[in-house]
Design a protein. Structure first.
Length: 195
């Protein structure tokens, strides 16, 4: 993350994303596959670590073997196999959606996971209760814990879609997008950008 200044001098926090270039490796149609889709690939992969089937698949697109492949259904881009998709399809000020996997934070308590306040007081008989969840309400009736009860557990590492993020600036020579808003994932993670 970084920040940039506009013409008025106001500061905007942004996330820099390297968006491409992505190569179209396969074009699916209703006649051949039953649905319309574009298969795009990103990130170079070593030849020694790729299978012969991968090499042959990418050879049809006149491209080196890539690490990441994604199929986009009902894509409106008019591209053919071997074409390159870069940041030119976006414009500054445009609203986009970013899909990615959030940071995994492991097993967390109720204070961090759900924002509980804890018991609060450290005196009057309270011992090590500051971050405890308190009662869960399962006495003799109903003799069980209700489904959906907010408790400690695994936090993060889920796939989310952040909508309404704004493209602040584009650097086409480096394929950089400067996006204002919350982009999911850690530094270096792979995300999908939708128009």
């Amino acid at each position: 993350m970084t920040s940039i200044f506009d013409a008025k001098g106001s500061q905007t926090p942004v996330t820099i994303i390297e968006a491409g270039p992505c190569v179209v490796t396969q074009k699916k149609t209703v006649e051949t596959d039953g649905y319309n889709a574009l298969q795009i690939a990103f990130g170079d992969k070593k030849e020694s670590r790729s299978l012969l089937s991968e090499k042959n698949h990418f050879a049809k697109a006149n491209s080196a073997v890539k690490k990441y492949i994604k199929e986009i259904r009902d894509c409106e881009l008019d591209k053919n196999v071997g074409d390159t998709i870069s940041v030119d399809i976006f414009s500054e000020g445009e609203k986009i959606s970013v899909i990615g996997t959030t940071k995994g934070k492991g097993f967390q308590g109720v204070v961090k996971r759900h924002g509980f306040a804890g018991v609060g007081e450290s005196t009057h008989g309270q011992h090590d209760r500051q971050r405890a969840p308190g009662s869960v309400g399962g006495s003799s009736t109903p003799s069980r814990v209700f489904k959906g009860m907010r408790m400690a557990g695994h936090l993060g590492n889920v796939r989310v879609k952040m909508k309404g993020l704004k493209i602040v600036k584009i650097f086409p020579e480096k394929n950089y997008l400067l996006i204002s808003g919350s982009v999911p994932g850690h530094i270096g993670s792979i995300v999908l950008i939708e128009k």
